[in-house]
Design a protein around this ligand. Structure first.
Ligand SMILES: [Zn+2]
Length: 191
């Protein structure tokens, strides 16, 4: 199937005018991620999204990669005040004080979780026993959060993270493939 084909059916939220968005939907969203740096990347991007359109963040993703040292949590966790100020001046990313602070703070917690569970991957995937949840929603009945995202959100908050509310975490679970929520009409929906 031609990935650039705009006539095939996709989830209703995809902006078909944006190649970046189409690519993300077709190749990443709902696909299992197990690499810790990638898991960290999505956590930061989903947190940065809060209150904004996902497309806004997605369009800035490359800038984020440059600004945040390829989302290496070890490096990000060691950012000092000077680096924080630098990020605040970076027009390529979302310049929100709380979001930038939380990215650094969450990196520290991320490292703690890696220490405790050997990897963030083993920590986060244990919530679904390593197996993705495959749903069959339409755009009308897709949930914004679930009981499980509540539980994960609560645990991450307890560990000291912020910008990890249940809605952010549910979007995170979708983005790393813990849940597969491609709408039933979408060509990516698992039948
Ligand atoms: Zn889809």
């Amino acid at each position: 199937m031609n990935k650039e084909d705009k006539n095939i059916e996709r989830c209703s939220w995809v902006n078909l005018k944006n190649e970046i968005y189409i690519y993300y939907h077709d190749n990443e969203w709902g696909v299992e991620k197990h690499d810790d740096n990638e898991l960290f990347e999505m956590l930061i991007l989903e947190g940065a999204q809060a209150g904004l359109a996902w497309e806004t963040v997605l369009n800035k993703r490359y800038n984020y990669r440059i600004a945040f040292d390829n989302f290496d949590p070890k490096i990000v966790s060691n950012y000092d005040e000077q680096k924080y100020e630098e990020l605040l001046q970076n027009k390529g990313i979302i310049r929100n004080r709380l979001k930038i602070r939380s990215a650094i703070r969450n990196a520290k917690v991320f490292i703690e979780i890696q220490k405790e569970f050997a990897s963030f991957d083993s920590y986060i995937w244990a919530f679904v026993n390593g197996k993705p949840i495959v749903n069959s929603f339409t755009k009308e009945n897709a949930p914004a959060k679930t009981e499980l995202s509540d539980i994960i959100s609560k645990d991450l908050k307890k560990r000291g993270m912020n910008f990890v509310g249940s809605t952010i975490i549910y979007a995170y679970m979708q983005s790393i493939g813990m849940v597969n929520d491609h709408e039933i009409n979408c060509f990516k929906h698992k039948r």
